[in-house]
Design a protein. Structure first.
Length: 110
């Protein structure tokens, strides 16, 4: 929530009143996170926190609605390619020590 509030504060003058938060603020925040390379899993976790915050405000009749309700959750990126690349990059170092881990996995690099 601190990151979200800091983002909104950096974008506009009236940031400390929950009546002024819009769905656009939330979407722009998550687009900015995506632009920084934050993973979809992390963005989904942050969205859950933002939704919970606005749900509490709605349940306590501070807000009439939850602007985060209709924001779509980020898709999870696959990390298999990154893991495979890191194993291949370390291939020579592992081979010098005690045998290649790629051979144990049945993924000979040669």
């Amino acid at each position: 929530m601190e990151q979200f509030l800091a983002f909104v504060k950096s974008c506009r003058v009236v940031w400390d009143n929950p009546f002024h938060f819009t769905r656009t603020d939330i979407v722009e925040f998550f687009n900015a996170l995506a632009g920084k390379g934050i993973t979809g899993v992390t963005r989904a976790r942050k969205l859950a926190a933002v939704r919970s915050f606005f749900t509490v405000l709605k349940e306590n009749t501070i807000l009439a609605g939850n602007p985060a309700e209709t924001v779509k959750r980020a898709k999870k990126e696959e990390k298999d390619l990154v893991l495979r690349k890191s194993i291949e990059c370390d291939h020579c170092q592992w081979e010098r020590r005690s045998g290649c881990p790629l051979q144990y996995l049945g993924l000979d690099a040669d």
